[in-house]
Design a protein around this ligand. Structure first.
Ligand SMILES: *Cc1c(COP(=O)(O)O)cnc(C)c1O
Length: 463
């Protein structure tokens, strides 16, 4: 997708950008439960509350911008995934979506496992008490030092991503007198994105070992020979923000095909198959994500069917949702600074954050929703673009949205579904301080990642 998918924009207020809301929503004050976390509603005064606390109180106590995370919703979603997949499968939360020690504890309590892909994520997981055997270590370029730490800690699995890494991990495990459980990540020639997938013979990307040309089979051959490794399964991750299950269907078919080859060649039935993450969420009212129980049912059926026809025992399935668990559980709370109407175009609404707290719009052309949350308004809708305070014209948070035309400096607005890949991809561009993550639960707000301070910035700058 192009980063400038809407180059011209509307020339007149009555011409709306293609592919966006064709008309303003009937009620600007309504909060679509698809995009807002589960405890969000408006109180009697029209102020939005979450976890029993209103956003004005949150802004006063914690400042803006702030990521506000609904703990009950997070736990509900984690539990729903766990329950949907049951005792014969494992759910690994993809830590890169958003990781903090509080989140690690919630996941542990709810019975989920955890994916990490760097020494920093591993350190966070271990320091919050996640048992090492419930951690999977990913990445296409894990350093020797990271591998050593992971093996020493006793992580449940390392997902091998290259021929060199097979040897590297085997060598390190052996030198530590260990046998490391590993999976091999393969690329099956399926690229899934939202409502489509593309099946190709090979994939031109940095992750995994291609199934094409017998490379994955060769990787398995090598891994099975090495004393330092215990090969437990095959891993495949096909994309992100996926709604359509047919990409998983093709991927599972190809992975099971490899399992069959392995059985035929080596007489070994590998006990596990990991189908990765990438399940989509609703960023706007136009998105219709599936529930975890539907996804679990579909994936289990696909794998079972494929294995039956290959006469293989059905392996233990694991999945790795990140966005689908944390994404919908948080919104970003901003204060409106400047409101700039551009005649015949749209109104630019500037907030006190921007691409430093949400890079996804600039990076992926992502779409978001937005609402006025500190009050209700009966004013007419105005076509708006929510922008940040950075020195970059691409510093856009929400490209096209309707906000009430009486919007004024000091109003609070919120962008929902920012739980995934926002704080975790946040930067200090323009020396802006990264916002806190405030978890709310049953009337209590608790800072789980504090706001950065200028002292934090200056501490790294050693002069
Ligand atoms: C990013 C990633 C995930 C999680 O993706 P989501 O879109 O957040 O569900 C899972 N597995 C692997 C290997 C990944 O790289």
């Amino acid at each position: 997708m192009s980063r400038s998918a809407h180059p011209a924009g509307p020339r007149h207020a009555d011409v709306l950008p293609e592919g966006h809301y064709s008309a303003p929503p009937a009620d600007l004050n309504s909060l679509d439960p698809k995009v807002w976390s589960r405890t969000v509603s408006r109180d009697a005064l029209g102020v939005v509350t979450v976890g029993g606390i209103d956003v004005k109180t949150l802004a006063e106590d914690h400042g803006t911008p702030a990521y506000v995370l609904d703990e009950a919703d997070f736990r509900d979603r984690a539990r729903a995934w766990r329950t949907a997949f049951g005792a014969d499968a494992d759910v690994f939360y993809a830590g890169k979506a958003f990781l903090s020690r509080a989140v690690v504890r919630w996941l542990h309590e709810e019975g989920l496992n955890l994916d990490v892909c760097s020494g920093g994520e591993l350190a966070t997981a271990l320091s919050a008490g996640m048992p090492a055997d419930r951690i999977a270590f990913h990445g296409n370029n894990k350093s020797t030092e990271e591998i050593e730490r992971a093996v020493r800690a006793g992580v449940g699995r390392i997902v091998l991503d290259s021929f060199q890494e097979i040897v590297r991990v085997a060598h390190i495990a052996q030198s530590l007198g260990k046998r490391q459980r590993v999976q091999i990540r393969i690329t099956v020639g399926v690229e899934a994105h939202t409502h489509e997938f593309i099946a190709t013979a090979h994939e031109d990307q940095k992750f995994g070992i291609p199934l094409a040309g017998g490379q994955a089979a060769e990787a398995v051959r090598r891994a099975l020979k090495l004393d330092g490794l215990e090969l437990i399964g095959i891993h495949s991750h096909i994309g992100s923000q996926i709604f359509d299950m047919s990409g998983f269907e093709v991927a599972a078919h190809r992975v099971v095909g490899l399992l069959k080859e392995i059985r035929d060649e080596h007489g070994v039935e590998l006990p596990e198959i990991d189908l990765g993450g990438g399940l989509g969420i609703a960023y706007t009212s136009d998105d219709d994500p599936r529930e975890p129980h539907e996804i679990a049912k579909a994936l289990t059926e696909i794998v079972t069917r494929e294995c039956e026809s290959a006469r293989l025992r059905t392996p233990r399935i694991s999945v790795e949702p990140g966005r689908a668990i944390v994404g919908p559980t948080a919104f970003t709370l901003y204060e409106v600074g400047t409101v700039k109407p551009l005649d015949g175009l749209r109104t630019y609404v500037s907030v006190d954050g921007g691409m430093s707290d949400n890079i996804r719009t600039a990076l992926y052309d992502a779409e978001y929703s937005v609402a006025l949350v500190s009050r209700v308004s009966d004013a007419a809708p105005m076509l708006s673009r929510v922008v940040g305070k950075h020195c970059e014209s691409g510093d856009i948070v929400v490209k096209d949205a309707f906000l009430p035309s009486d919007l004024a400096p000091g109003d609070l607005i919120a962008v929902p579904a920012t739980g995934a890949y926002c704080r975790s991809m946040a930067s200090n561009y323009n020396h802006v301080l990264r916002p806190p993550v405030v978890a709310v639960h049953e009337g209590q707000a608790r800072v789980i990642v504090r706001r950065e301070t200028e002292d934090d910035l200056l501490r790294l700058d050693v002069g």
